[in-house]
Ligand binder design. Structure first.
Ligand code: NAD
Length: 257
């Protein structure tokens, strides 16, 4: 496990704080020997992330990238190419919906709110992958984070469920485009984890309780559970796996009655 990602440069987006799923992935990638490159949405976030990375005993580079800016995305990959030469893996852990679109009925989703949620949470994977492939000359692995609200109705997830459905289908189409270059792309469909983004979802504690009660493993998932699966998907252990949506949810998605 210690050397699974040795000498691999892995870009990890979406670390906001130590509770972020992306931070759990960063810790696991670091443990597996990978070189971590982090991004935050703002200068302030990037500075906080850099501080957080110091707890790993080998502080890593942190860059600023707001995913809604094409120039910002291009600049990020130019900076990474200049400093690291090439990239072996990338983690996309970014999602956002406007607060008003996570309240009330789904049918009241605004045109602007729909476009915003889909742009930030799904199109961003396409935009990042298009740049990442250019600095993956020997192939690579891309990973994104999704949620079961794409498959079934979770009443409080609303427009994010639709955004995650678009994200998952994008994984299939990107896998088809990138396979010939040796670039694999997969998604982890994670069980609920109490993060900053999760705070925007009403009744989140009920979702956590329901998983604990009904999932085959009888517990919620941890950042470490997700991080370890991420290492598998970013490493050669998963060399023939692409276009896959892998549930890391204590088996909750398999339960009916
Ligand atoms: P988080 O709040 O820690 O992370 C969300 C990240 O998205 C933040 O770092 C934020 O800065 C980033 N972001 C939002 N808009 C951005 C923009 N315009 N440009 C750049 N970055 C932007 O929350 P999290 O729960 O760790 O979320 C990470 C991913 O995991 C998301 O895709 C989320 O949907 C997914 N996920 C979360 C759960 C859960 O229960 N927490 C479950 C399944 C999937």
């Amino acid at each position: 496990m210690d050397s699974l990602l040795k000498k691999r440069n892995i870009l990890i987006t979406g670390v906001r704080n130590k509770w972020s799923i992306a931070w759990g992935i960063a810790e696991a990638v670091h443990k597996a020997g990978g070189n971590i490159i982090l991004t935050g949405q703002t200068e302030r976030e990037a500075a906080e992330i850099h501080k957080l990375s110091e707890t790993l005993n080998s502080p890593c580079s942190s860059y600023v990238c707001d995913i809604t800016s094409d120039t910002g995305i291009r600049n990020l990959f130019e900076e990474i190419r200049d400093k690291y030469g090439e990239l072996h893996g990338m983690v996309h852990a970014i999602a956002h919906a406007k607060a008003e679109d996570l309240k009330g009925d789904f049918i009241d989703t605004s045109r602007e709110g729909f476009a915003h949620a889909l742009e930030v949470s799904a199109f961003s994977l396409i935009a990042l992958s298009a740049e990442a492939r250019k600095i993956m000359p020997e192939g690579g692995c891309i990973l994104t984070l999704t949620y079961m609200g794409s498959e079934k109705v979770f009443r409080d997830y609303k427009v994010m469920g639709v955004a995650k459905a678009a994200l998952e289908t994008s994984v299939y189409y990107l896998a088809a485009d990138l396979g010939k270059e040796g670039v694999r792309i997969n998604a982890i469909s994670a069980g609920p984890v109490k993060t900053m983004a999760a705070r925007g979802i009403s009744n989140f504690n009920t979702i956590l309780d329901t998983v604990r009660e009904r999932a085959p493993l009888g517990r919620n998932v941890s950042q470490e559970d997700i991080g370890n699966t991420a290492v598998y998907l970013l490493s050669d252990l998963s060399s023939a796996v692409t276009g896959e949506i892998l549930h890391v949810d204590s088996g909750f998605n398999k339960m009916g009655m």
